[in-house]
Ligand binder design. Structure first.
Ligand code: KG4
Ligand code: ZN
Length: 334
């Protein structure tokens, strides 16, 4: 089964071609225009997708040495995300499908993230709990089987990646900031700044909240205006430690509540070195397996969309050409 997957829901234009779950090509064009604004500007993102999409598709076909007529399925993210970007990817996919007679399928972005480990030699097993942590989402999902999901916990305000990005912005570390905070945290002391643990299980169940912690970082900087390099490293390490602790603690509690054997971590924040290490340690301690794709498959990419697409196609067939992009679309209503 040859699947072409397009991802354009945020600021990456990506096209991949899979043979089954074997990646033949996974081309990612990341937009840099948003750096100077410290966040994604939706209208600029849409325009950049328009500029990039044709050449990214051509490159994926060329790298994989395949032609359109050889494909079995052409898929694109249809929800959730920035509507302008989704529209570009979907129109490209529909156009290719119409022109070549290959079926078209719209894919849910989070089902894409949930499918990233299928592309590794350590694919997640069902049932499992998925911690989906990205720039736009922070959720704990019970995945009973492919296509059947139940949202069991989530953020009440900022997504985890958003909190990383905002803290990086306050500290002037660059955008998107998660990886800069991660790099700084490696050089710092995680107990240097005693942030209060956020959202206990008793108070908030499996939900979490990050906006209070972000404000605590801002207040700490007001009280300590002239932090040296080590001070910034310590602040990053303490912030990251607090976020990771709550994510791992709540996921571990969910494993016990739902009695599942496995956990996967996906979405851009799954690149975080502290989270990867802490979740693996929790798995070893509490007896669940932990599956995390390599970082390039955790951030947005076309390969995860194609991996979700051929599985979804086997369940529900192709999408109508009338399918339109949607900004919000809960995964458990799929
Ligand atoms: O999944 P993704 O590429 O896009 C969305 O669907 O949102 O995730 C991007 C997010 C950004 O917030 C980025 O800062 C964060 O993932 N991120 C990280 C790391 N690498 C990327 N956050 C923490 N540590 C990292 N190493
Ligand atoms: Zn994403």
């Amino acid at each position: 089964m040859l699947t072409l997957g397009i991802e354009s829901s945020c600021d990456d234009t990506s096209v991949a071609i899979l043979d089954g779950d074997k990646i033949l090509a996974n081309v990612v064009a990341s937009q840099t225009i948003h750096k100077k604004f410290g966040g994604v500007v939706p209208e600029l993102a849409s325009r950049q997708h328009v500029v990039a999409i044709d050449s990214v598709i051509k490159e994926a076909l060329s790298v994989s040495d395949k032609s359109l007529g050889q494909l079995d399925l052409i898929a694109a993210t249809h929800a959730p995300g920035l509507v302008g970007g989704l529209l570009v990817g979907m129109q490209a996919a529909k156009g290719l499908a119409l022109g070549s007679g290959v079926p078209f399928l719209g894919v849910h972005h989070l089902e894409g993230h949930l499918s990233a480990t299928f592309l590794t030699d350590d694919p997640v097993v069902f049932p499992h709990l998925a911690l989906v942590v990205s720039g736009g989402h922070s959720q704990i999902i019970l995945a009973e089987k492919f296509g059947r999901y139940k949202l069991v916990g989530g953020t009440r305000d900022d997504a985890a990646g958003e909190a990383f990005d905002k803290v990086a912005k306050i500290l002037g570390l660059g955008y998107p900031g998660g990886r800069y905070v991660d790099e700084r945290a490696k050089l710092g002391n995680p107990t240097a700044v005693p942030f209060r643990p956020i959202m206990t299980l008793k108070k908030s169940g499996l939900d979490f909240s990050f906006s209070g912690l972000k404000t605590a970082v801002r207040n700490y900087l007001i009280d300590n205006p002239s932090l040296d390099e080590q001070g910034v490293n310590d602040l990053c390490a303490s912030f990251q430690h607090t976020v990771v602790e709550v994510l791992v603690r709540k996921t571990t509690s969910a494993v016990k509540m739902y009695n599942v054997p496995a956990v996967q971590v996906c979405g851009g924040v799954a690149c975080n070195s502290g989270l990867r290490t802490a979740m693996r340690a929790a798995g070893a301690e509490h007896g669940f397996s932990v599956h995390i794709a390599k970082p390039a498959l955790c951030t947005d990419n076309g390969a995860m969309i194609a991996a979700a697409a051929h599985r979804r196609f086997a369940i529900s067939g192709q999408s109508p050409m009338s399918l339109s992009p949607q900004a919000n679309f809960p995964l458990d209503t799929l």
